[in-house]
Design a protein around this ligand. Structure first.
Ligand code: NAP
Length: 279
């Protein structure tokens, strides 16, 4: 038997991260001799950690707030997705040597929607509210998926306009949500932090939405945000942020531990129970 395979999640602070719960569940489920370790890395220690993790016996890991952008300059290679997004959430050893930076957030979002409502959500226009790091990953993934038109609405208009550069023909940037955009949307996404525990709710009126609109919230604490409750009350399909969190973890686990894990009901229940305690 070889040495146990070791992976990590780094951030600052890191105590809140649910990634150890997710990867620990999969390690136990597959009986893999390995570990997934939570490591608090301060910004001034980031370069030393990233450059040194292969020698310290790790095969890779996840990167979270506030390091997702700073880590870009510290890796040897980037996947096209990470390069386009300007952010990394997953590190691994590159096949040719050195460290590879990847970003799986957008893939996690798309897979979570497919799992929850099937593939048809991408057939019409989308509205993404927010233009921060998570919105960036989601916008990239929606474009790759072929969404025909995307309206990005953000309090700070310049940040929405900056995201237009991804595809100026398909993206419209705005600082307020128009009724016509909601009426035309197949998909409405809250990619702001509004609705998260301790934050005010995202205050939008879903009345213009058609009956087939899918409403997604990437906030996952609490599991049932005010937006999701309002969507369900109108009979709309509502998708919470937990699926994105679980699905973004799949490619990293597969790379490090060489086994592709599943997002199962048992894993969902485990993380939901943890969230319920925190909310
Ligand atoms: P971020 O980069 O800080 O962006 C925050 C976004 O929220 C910005 O668009 C910001 O608008 C907007 N916002 C914040 N407060 C607002 C307010 N009072 N009114 C209007 N807009 C407001 O954060 P992020 O990394 O994108 O994360 C956003 C949320 O997604 C967080 O709750 C995070 O936990 C969650 N998230 C979930 C997953 C998942 O796997 N489900 C993954 C990543 C993030 P401005 O640009 O105007 O400031």
């Amino acid at each position: 038997m070889g040495a146990p395979i070791r992976a990590f999640v780094i951030g600052h602070p890191i105590a809140h991260s649910r990634s150890p719960l997710i990867h620990g569940h999969w390690l136990r489920a597959f009986g893999i001799a390995g570990s997934y370790e939570r490591i608090d890395v301060r910004p001034d220690g980031l370069a030393a950690f990233v450059r040194g993790f292969p020698m310290a016996g790790f095969v890779g890991g996840n990167v979270t707030v506030p390091h997702k952008e700073a880590v870009l300059a510290l890796v040897n290679e980037l996947t096209p997705t990470a390069r386009r997004l300007g952010a990394v959430n997953t590190l691994s050893l590159a096949p040719a040597g050195g460290i590879l930076g990847h970003n799986t957030d957008g893939e996690g979002f798309v897979r979570s929607l497919d799992e929850a409502v099937g593939p048809t959500w991408s057939g019409g226009p989308a509205v993404v509210i927010g233009a921060g790091g998570a919105a960036r990953a989601i916008v990239g993934a929606l474009l790759d998926r072929g969404v025909p038109r995307l309206t990005i609405v953000n309090r700070t208009l310049q940040k929405a306009e900056a995201l237009r550069a991804f595809d100026p023909d398909r993206i419209v940037a705005a600082d307020r949500l128009e009724t016509a955009d909601l009426a035309a949307a197949s998909l409405v996404v809250n990619a702001t932090s509004l609705g998260a525990a301790g934050q005010p709710p995202l205050d939008i009126e879903l009345t213009p939405c058609g009956p087939d609109t899918v409403v997604a919230d990437i906030v996952y604490v609490p599991a049932q945000t005010p937006l999701l409750c309002a969507a369900r009350a109108r009979g709309l399909r509502a998708v919470g942020g937990l699926g994105m969190l679980l699905h973004q973890a799949v490619p990293g686990f597969e790379t490090w531990f060489r086994t592709r894990p599943q997002v199962t009901p048992a894993l969902r229940r485990l993380v939901e129970a943890d969230i319920a305690m925190a909310a």
